[in-house]
Structure formats: C-alpha cells, structure tokens
Design a protein around this ligand. Structure first.
Ligand SMILES: Nc1ncnc2c1ncn2[C@@H]1O[C@H](COP(=O)(O)OP(=O)(O)O)[C@@H](O)[C@H]1O
Ligand SMILES: [Mg+2]
Length: 266
C-alpha cells in the first residue's frame, strides 16, 4: 500500500523542506520506494536535489497541473502524464520538481471545475509505483495547498520550538478539519515533529511542554526531535543527502530514528 504525506505548516522556515528531503532519504535507505513532490513555487527542494535552476526545467509540477486542467481532469488524455519525463531521480529517490510557475496555477484553479482535485488526480496516477509519496507544501494555505491536503492520506506538521502564535496553528488545524469535512474524510494528522531543537535550552523544553499540553490530545508529538545543526543548511546548499554528507552526525541519526518511529506506527 502506498501512503501519501503532506508536509504542511503555513509558517515559513519551520523545516518543511528539510523534513521532506531527509525523511524521504531515510525511508529510501530503509529500502522503500519513495517519491518526493515539490509543491512550493520557491522550489527549494528541487534545488536541494541538485537542480539549481528549476525554472529552466522542461516539465515541472505546474505544467502537469495545467495539463490535467486542460484535459478536463481526465488523466488518460493528458499528453504530459504519459511521457513521465516529469519524474527525476536524485539521492536514491524519485521526485517531481517545482518552479515559479506554480504561483500562476493558484489563479487558474479559482476558475477550474473540481479545483481541489487536480493534484489528487496526479498523485493517484503515479502512486502505485511507490511506498511513500511526500508532498513539500508551500508556506500558505491557498488552493494549491488545499490540493496537497486533498491528495494526501496523512499530514506531518514540522514545528520550531518558538513561542509561536497559537493562531497560526489553529488556522492550519481548522484548514485540515475543513478538508476532512468537505473533501477528504480519510485525512489524518500523523503528528508534529519538533525541528531545530536544542534540549539544553530551558526555553525549548518549556515550549515543548506547552505544545504537548495544548495539542497532545489532538495529535501526536513525535518522540524524535530534530536537533539544530548547520549541517542541514550545508547539505541543502550542496545538493547532497545528509546521509552522504555526514552519515554519523546527529541530523542523519535523528532522521533515521524519525523514519523508524514513523513506520512503527503503521
Ligand atoms: N535542524 C536544523 N538545524 C539548523 N537549520 C535548519 C534545520 N532544519 C532546517 N534548517 C534551516 O532552516 C531554514 C528553513 O528550513 P526549511 O526546511 O527550508 O523550512 P521551510 O521549508 O518550512 O521553509 C533552511 O535554511 C534550513 O537549511
Ligand atoms: Mg520549504
């Protein structure tokens, strides 16, 4: 069975792209077939996977979505889908790149029939080939992100230990609840992963207690915490996997542990 995760939090810089990349690499090392999908026009994940000029790629996610829209949602008549040239490969995983043109898809979706289903059609088309598909969402709860939540089976929420605005998290949770109510009744929140954690800081431990107290009954806060380390930024800049760059380091170990914790849950 294939499971699709949306990695989502509308807060920028909380670790969505790092989580998607490193969890994907951890799962691939465990022998699973993994496909990452970049659902952010900033295309940071595409760049980190070794494509520094995403806007020059011939086929990226917005082209696929546009083609599905033009085909009236019938994936069997979408010429682009049949060619499969949109699936690239890097670090032991397949991935679907993004580009700045995804920004324009937002406006096109507004006037599209069944506008919430475009990405779901695409994921349904490719998912049989994979054990896990991970969707790296953008920092906005717009139609493109609703498409990702509708296409997913489960949501992973990366969270930085900050005295964050509870309003931001409430908005994400209510969006997920709306998607579940109106579009995707099977959608579940798999849990929240604390990123950039420094256990020596009282402040970080305090935030963890607050988040657990306030939200622990609504979703799981994973045991694994991702420590803060410059290695994360280094590997992304170099287009290398953390498991190649610093295999014994604390980040590689934390993501390997997180992969195990995630799949232990089923
Ligand atoms: N565990 C970490 N330790 C230190 N820096 C990190 C860590 N995780 C992510 N970063 C850095 O923080 C920035 C934001 O992370 P990113 O994964 O791109 O977040 P998002 O996709 O939510 O915007 C990036 O520069 C990234 O390299
Ligand atoms: Mg990102």
């Amino acid at each position: 069975m294939s499971i699709t995760y949306a990695v989502s939090n509308q807060k920028g810089g909380c670790g969505k792209t790092s989580l998607t990349l490193n969890l994907g690499a951890a799962l691939a090392r465990m022998g699973f077939k993994v496909c990452l999908c970049d659902v952010d026009p900033q295309a940071n994940m595409t760049m980190a996977l070794g494509y520094p000029q995403p806007d020059e790629l011939p086929v990226t996610l917005p082209h696929i979505m546009q083609d599905i829209i033009t085909s009236g949602g019938r994936t069997e008549t979408s010429g682009l889908l049949q060619k499969r040239e949109y699936i690239l490969s890097s670090q032991g995983m397949d991935f679907v790149p993004s580009s700045i043109e995804l920004t324009g898809i937002e406006n096109i979706l507004i006037n599209t029939m069944s506008r919430e289903n475009v990405l779901k059609k695409f994921i349904s088309y490719i998912k049989d080939g994979y054990d896990y598909i991970l969707l790296d969402c953008m920092p906005s709860l717009n139609f493109v992100t609703i498409n990702a939540l509708n296409a997913a089976d489960r949501v992973l929420i990366p969270m930085q230990p900050q005295f964050f605005s509870a309003k931001g998290l409430e908005l994400l949770l209510s969006t997920i609840a709306n998607v579940r109510e109106n579009l995707n009744p099977e959608l579940t929140i798999e849990g929240a992963l604390i990123t950039m954690f420094d256990g020596r800081l009282n402040f970080h431990r305090e935030v963890l207690d607050i988040v657990t107290g306030a939200y622990g009954e609504y979703f799981r806060i994973f045991e694994t915490k991702i420590p803060v380390s410059v290695r994360v930024t280094e590997t992304q800049a170099q287009g290398r996997s953390i498991f190649d760059h610093d295999p014994r380091g604390k980040i590689a170990q934390a993501y390997a542990a997180f992969g195990k914790e995630l799949i232990a849950n089923g």
